[in-house]
Structure formats: structure tokens, C-alpha cells
Design a protein around this ligand. Structure first.
Ligand SMILES: Nc1ncnc2c1ncn2[C@@H]1O[C@H](COP(=O)(O)OP(=O)(O)O)[C@@H](O)[C@H]1O
Ligand SMILES: [Mg+2]
Length: 444
């Protein structure tokens, strides 16, 4: 049951984390890319404004001349000007119509390491006007193409034909940037893969950790339910068996059958007690029970409970000695404290022989209140002592007694004390039992 939940939890965690990781990676990569290319584009655009539609005249007799509409520079001068002014070389290409380069012989060395044929890959007809990346061999270039520009004309050597120059391109080598982006891509890819593995492993571990308390409380709940049904079954079957015995002799009088009837009554009472205890604990488990805390005088509550239980003590000829400080104020739930004291006194009376004694003391210290209930009864064996606050746990000596205990009393008592930020513990030497409760004192 839990392994399936664990797997589901793990996968869900891993998927969520992985999506976050991937989104972050994509965002990082995209951001880096935009930043890098923006810088390149800005540099190139500053070229277009700085040099305007400037180009170059190269007037030698044998070659065509250029008639350009802006101030003219010798081509190579223009290039060196760019090199010194900008943080990266940006090259210009001029195109005639039909993807012909202006005076290819003049421009041969325009872009280092590129042959004429390779330069043809920048043909304006293949590119649109947005900045584009073009890969030639191992190198990457960023290209801005400005089409339909009236840059000027190329005039052939005889001054005969004038062809319009329509396209200017600005080109820069961006191999460093693309290499960087590629490395980043691989780093993110590997990082993402490792991240996925780690998320799954961590998710598995975390899901396991997260499930521990749930598992524990589930097991506790399971145990509670099975213990409860077990405990309820015993009185039920006793009642059933005795009722059947009664029906076997319908002619008998109640007096004659009183043995069976009193057993039925006793078991019914026990069941009533059990069901009440179970209800209290079930409400505690589902956090439905809240303590209504208000300032109360705990010595008064203690006196009430002692008076209420006194007749039981008289029946067993048990002497109850008290030593109670007065006006002991605590911040507490009246009814729960009452219930707590009944549980403890009931135990003390139940597990103390006739003519025994019970000593109850209430002491007020600077910050705490200590209640002690000591008896000289059957005591609790060292083996039982660690478990007496567990649900349904009944000590060995107690179990053999037909006194209708349920084993729920002390677990309810513990919950009440802890709900009041207090502590409870039990001690027992060879004879007798000492129960000590400490709670915070309310100082006004
Ligand atoms: N005053 C006491 N003297 C001897 N044993 C005690 C005393 N109080 C509690 N115990 C032991 O602790 C166990 C748990 O107590 P409790 O939860 O009240 O259950 P129950 O009284 O129904 O058996 C008892 O079964 C008994 O063994
Ligand atoms: Mg009890």
C-alpha cells in the first residue's frame, strides 16, 4: 500500500522539479542567447548609423568605379576604421541585383578566410531582413541585410553601364558566441539529466521520510481498531452467552437467575465505559476535541473528586490522606481535569487492597503545580511500567482482576496532561504506586 504511494509521490515530486529545472534551463539559455546576439546586433547597427550608407570608391583605370550617395572611403580604409573603432570587426558587402557581389575582385579580401564561393552563401535572396545566423564551414556569422537601399551605382570601366547597388549587408563573425551557447547547451543538458536522476533519488528518499509519520499513525490506527474490536468482542460474547442461558429456563425467576443477570449488567457497564473511552480517543486522534482552557482552582476540583470517590474508599476501608495547598490557579479545562483525577483515583482505589491507604498531595511551586497520588496497593511491575500509558495496556497483576478495567484510562490521562503542557509519570517499587503530574502554575 505504501510502496505505491511512495512511487506516486516520488514521480510527482520528480516531474514538478524536473519541469522547474527544464524551464529554468530554457530561460537561462534563451536569456544568454538574446543577450549575446543583442550585443552583436547593436554593434552592427551602430555600424549602419555610423557609416550610413557609406561605401567606398576604388578608382583605378582597369576597374569599375562606384558612385555612392554618401561620403566615400577607400574600401580598405573603411575596413580598418571599423576594426579600430569597434570591439569586433564588422564587414560590409554590397550587392547588385540577382545576387551579384559588387566588384568581386575588389572585395576578395573583405571577409578573411572566406572564398568568393562561400561569400555567395550570404546572397540576399536567401536571407530576409532580420538578423540571421549563417554557418559556413566551422564558422558562424551574423548577417544584417538591408535590401532596396539606394546606395549608388557601379559604373563599368568605360563609364558605360551603370548598375544600381540595392543591398548592403553587415556581417560579423559570431563563432565565439555560438561556441559559448553550444557549451552552455551541453552543460544544461548534462545538468538537466543529472538533475533528473538526483530529483528521482532525492524524491524517493524524501517520500520515504514523509511517509514515516503517516505509516506510524496508520499502524497505530490499525492497532487501535483491532484492539478496540477485540476488547468489545469479549463483553459482547459474555452478554450473548448469558442471555442464552437465561432463555433456556424461561420459568425461572429473576432472583434465581440473578447470577447471570448481574454478569450481563457488569459486562454492559464495562462496554459502556469502553465505548466512552474509545470515543474520547477517536476524537482526540482526529483533533476534534479541544480543551476549553480557563483559569481554575485545581485544589477545588481535587476536593470535589475526592468527595465523589470517598464512598468507594469507605467500602474498601481505604484511608485517603490529603495534603492540599490552597488557591492553586491553573489554566485548564475544568471537565478534563476532573476526568483526569477520576481516572487516577479510580486506579488507586482499584489497585489497592482493602484497608490500604492513598495519599494525595497538591503543591504549588514558583512556576509549577505538582500533584502526587501515592497508594500502597499492588504496584506495577518494572516490565509493565513503560507501557501503562499505552492504549489497552493492562498490567499483568491488573489483568487477572475482574474489576472491569479497559486499559484506556491512563492513555486518556496522558493526553489530558499533555494537552495542558504538563507531564505525567508513574513510579512503583515493590509495593505501591506513585503517580506524579506537573503542570504550569498560572500566576496573575
Ligand atoms: N495505582 C495503580 N496501582 C497499580 N497498577 C496501576 C495503577 N494505576 C495504573 N496501573 C496499571 O496501569 C494499567 C493501565 O491503567 P489504565 O489505563 O487505567 O487501565 P485499567 O485501569 O483499565 O486497567 C493498569 O492495568 C495497571 O496495570
Ligand atoms: Mg484505569
Amino acid at each position: 500500500m505504501f510502496s505505491k504511494t511512495r512511487l506516486q509521490l516520488t514521480l510527482r515530486n520528480a516531474i514538478v522539479l524536473f519541469i522547474i529545472l527544464i524551464s529554468l534551463s530554457i530561460a537561462l539559455y534563451g536569456y544568454m542567447r538574446v543577450q549575446l546576439f543583442n550585443r552583436v546586433d547593436q554593434t552592427m547597427e551602430s555600424m549602419t548609423t555610423r557609416f550610413g550608407k557609406v561605401l567606398v570608391a576604388q578608382a583605378t583605370d582597369a576597374m569599375p568605379t562606384l558612385e555612392l550617395s554618401a561620403p566615400a572611403f577607400p574600401l580598405r580604409q573603411a575596413i580598418s576604421a571599423r576594426l579600430s573603432n569597434l570591439d569586433r570587426p564588422v564587414y560590409q558587402l554590397l550587392w547588385l541585383s540577382e545576387d551579384r557581389l559588387v566588384s568581386q575582385s575588389m572585395m576578395k579580401e573583405l571577409i578573411p578566410d572566406l572564398s568568393e564561393k562561400e561569400i555567395q552563401q550570404f546572397s540576399p535572396s536567401k536571407l530576409n531582413e532580420d538578423p540571421q545566423n549563417v554557418k559556413i564551414g566551422e564558422q558562424y556569422y551574423r548577417v544584417i541585410t538591408l535590401k532596396d537601399q539606394q546606395v549608388g551605382y557601379m559604373v563599368d570601366a568605360n563609364g558605360g553601364i551603370r548598375e544600381p547597388i540595392e543591398t548592403i549587408q553587415y556581417i560579423t563573425n559570431i563563432t565565439t558566441e555560438t561556441d559559448m551557447l553550444h557549451s552552455l547547451f551541453y552543460v544544461l543538458l548534462i545538468g538537466g539529466g543529472l538533475g533528473l536522476i538526483i530529483t528521482i533519488l532525492a524524491g524517493f528518499y524524501l517520500a520515504d521520510r514523509a511517509l514515516i509519520p503517516i505509516k506510524l499513525s496508520w499502524e497505530k490506527q490499525q492497532l487501535f481498531v483491532s484492539d478496540a474490536s477485540h476488547e468489545l468482542r469479549t463483553p459482547l460474547s459474555v452478554i450473548q452467552a448469558h442471555t442464552e442461558l437465561l432463555l433456556r429456563h424461561p420459568e425461572q425467576t429473576i432472583e434465581q437467575e440473578s447470577r447471570y443477570i448481574s454478569t450481563i449488567l457488569k459486562e454492559t457497564k464495562r462496554m459502556n465505559k469502553l465505548v466512552n473511552g474509545l470515543l474520547t480517543l477517536a476524537r482526540v486522534d482526529s483533533n476534534q476535541t479541544e480543551l476549553e482552557l480557563k483559569p481554575i482552582h485545581i485544589d477545588k476540583v481535587l476536593n470535589d473528586v475526592i468527595n465523589q470517590m470517598n464512598y468507594l474508599a469507605e467500602i474498601k476501608e481505604i484511608v485517603i490522606q490529603t495534603e492540599l495547598d490552597e488557591a492553586v490557579l491553573v489554566h485548564a479545562d475544568d471537565e478534563r481535569i476532573h476526568q483526569l483525577l477520576i481516572i487516577l483515583l479510580d486506579n488507586a482505589l482499584k489497585y489497592t487492597h482493602e484497608q490500604g491507604f492513598i495519599r494525595i498531595s497538591l503543591k504549588k511551586y514558583t512556576q509549577t503545580v505538582i500533584i502526587e497520588i501515592v497508594d500502597n496497593g499492588i504496584g506495577i511491575s518494572q516490565l509493565d511500567l513503560p507501557y501503562i500509558f499505552d492504549r489497552f495496556y493492562r498490567g499483568d497483576k491488573a489483568r487477572s482482576r475482574a474489576d472491569g478495567g479497559t486499559g484506556l484510562g491512563l492513555s486518556i490521562a496522558k493526553w489530558i496532561v499533555e494537552g495542558h503542557n504538563g507531564k505525567i509519570h508513574a513510579e512503583s517499587k515493590s509495593v505501591g504506586t506513585r503517580l506524579v503530574i506537573s503542570m504550569p502554575l498560572l500566576t496573575l
